[in-house]
Ligand binder design. Structure first.
Ligand code: ADP
Length: 455
């Protein structure tokens, strides 16, 4: 620009000098000088107006006007910059178009949500799967996805596990929602159509449920006959064979019962008939059954129960989950080992835990323990009479109650299995409630919150 400024001064000087010389020729040098400078000013004003006309154009496809002298330099520079920015704009447009084409081709719905939970952008699949429309831009996500489970999931900010729900626009479509955070409080929501997977899973569950159901009657008949035969006098080898058959028939019956329970638990994601379950009497009952199971092994039991708080949930399911944990502790702890059962409440929620000083589990097995039929040691668990489904049942019951299972264990050092329930599943017993409960539902509940029982 320094170059242009100098050129401007030279050009003004040139015009003024020419005017002065011409004025001197006709004996009016002053007028000549003024005329030269004035002409220079008119030419500059013309160039300036042409530039302003170009700048005020709506369509920026045209190049700047051409000019002479110093204006020529300036307009050339502008033309070069203009071309550069047009090329950059074309490149950016191409990137955006490619991005839009690729996201439109995705079969997953993608939604960008800003830090105020408002909808910012979404792809074409979000229109079909979630029913988003152009007029929804800038609206709150909660106006469109109103399911309380989605709202809870969204607000919890813990997105490690995806959420499965039906589509808000089509009840036949099952969606899996996954949220990730980026930028400053922005979120990206991906909704995947998993209808086919859900149907396959349903077929599998139906098959297991039907097969288990069909096996029940023949098993009852076999067991009934075996019992009758075993009451008769018979040669020793035959009696041994029959009693082994009876033992295996019992095992098959427990397997069928557990399979049926598991498929019932899997058929719905959440419990609908929850009620305060009277946890003290429930634990007392499980304690009695565990003493029976321990039999001559003589395990020692310690109970530490918070008597001020009850748990809200589905009683039979929770009974099944808690007893699985306690019975496992008995089965995998050589007598007379120690088994501690605790129920306590803290700021995070309610916790039921079973701790034993038995054989323990090598930590490599822990992540897979809740899989169906996963066993740490096949020979040991068949000897213990387990079905291999106990912890899978526990996991499903807890999932349906919004609770979590944690397992701490080391080989040879015993194990602790804990169930963590959310705060909204806990009910504080006021004086009236506790009195009521102790009359009706707590015949064997320990008298003090902390008590120890040794068999
Ligand atoms: P099972 O019917 O075989 O006991 P579960 O699902 O209840 O099946 O348990 C899975 C496996 O976890 C068991 O086979 C056992 O190896 C291990 N396990 C469960 N509870 C305990 C425990 N308290 N101590 C040691 N091992 C345990």
């Amino acid at each position: 620009m320094r170059h242009s400024r100098h050129s401007m001064i030279y050009s003004l000087g040139g015009f003024s000098l020419a005017g002065l010389v011409l004025g001197a020729v006709v004996s009016y040098p002053g007028w000549g000088l003024a005329l030269g400078a004035g002409l220079w000013g008119v030419l500059q004003a013309r160039q300036y107006n042409r530039l302003m006309d170009w700048l005020s154009q709506e369509d920026d496809a045209n190049l700047p006007p051409e000019g002479d002298g110093p204006w020529g330099d300036l307009l050339d520079q502008l033309a070069r910059r203009h071309k550069r920015s047009q090329t950059r704009e074309r490149e950016l447009r191409a990137v955006i178009t490619r991005f839009q084409q690729s996201t439109a081709a995705l079969s997953d719905a993608i939604v960008i949500i800003d830090s105020h939970n408002n909808l910012e952008w979404w792809n074409r699949t979000a229109v079909t799967l979630l029913g988003l429309q152009a007029r929804d831009r800038g609206k709150s996500i909660f106006n469109l996805l109103r399911d309380p489970r989605f709202i809870r999931y969204y607000r919890k900010l813990q997105y490690q596990e995806p959420l499965q729900l039906i589509s808000p626009v089509n009840p036949d479509i099952h969606l899996q929602y996954q949220i990730d955070r980026f930028g400053e409080g922005d979120r990206i929501l991906v909704a995947r159509d998993i209808t086919r997977l859900v149907r396959l899973e349903q077929t599998r569950q139906d098959f297991v449920a039907n097969a288990s159901h069909e096996l029940r009657t023949p098993l009852t008949v076999i067991r009934g006959y075996l019992e009758t035969f075993l009451e008769q006098e018979m040669p020793r080898p035959l009696q041994r064979g029959l009693s082994q058959m009876q033992q295996q028939a019992r095992r098959m019956e427990s397997l069928v019962t557990d399979l049926l329970l598991l498929s019932r638990l899997e058929s719905t994601q959440h419990i609908s008939d929850e009620e305060p379950i009277g946890i003290q009497s429930l634990i007392a009952q499980i304690h009695r059954d565990a003493i029976d199971l321990s039999g001559e092994q003589g395990h020692r039991f310690e109970l530490d129960i918070d008597s001020d708080h009850d748990l809200v949930g589905q009683k039979l399911e929770l009974q099944s989950a808690f007893s699985n944990l306690v019975f496992n502790a008995v089965r995998y702890t050589p007598g007379p080992g120690l088994i501690e059962i605790r129920w306590y409440v803290d700021g995070k929620g309610g916790h039921f835990s079973v701790r034993d000083n038995g054989i323990g589990i090598d930590p490599v097995h822990i992540p897979r323990l809740t899989e169906r039929f996963y066993r740490v040691d096949e020979s040991r668990s068949s000897a213990s009479g387990g079905t291999g489904l106990g912890l899978a049942i526990v996991k499903h019951v807890l999932m349906r109650h919004g609770a979590q299972l944690t397992i701490e264990s080391r080989s040879g050092k015993g194990s602790t299995f804990s169930c963590h329930f959310p705060r909204d599943a806990i009910r504080r017993l006021n004086d009236g409630d506790s009195a009521d409960q102790s009359r009706t539902a707590r015949p064997e509940a320990p008298a003090s919150p902390e008590c120890s029982s040794t068999q």
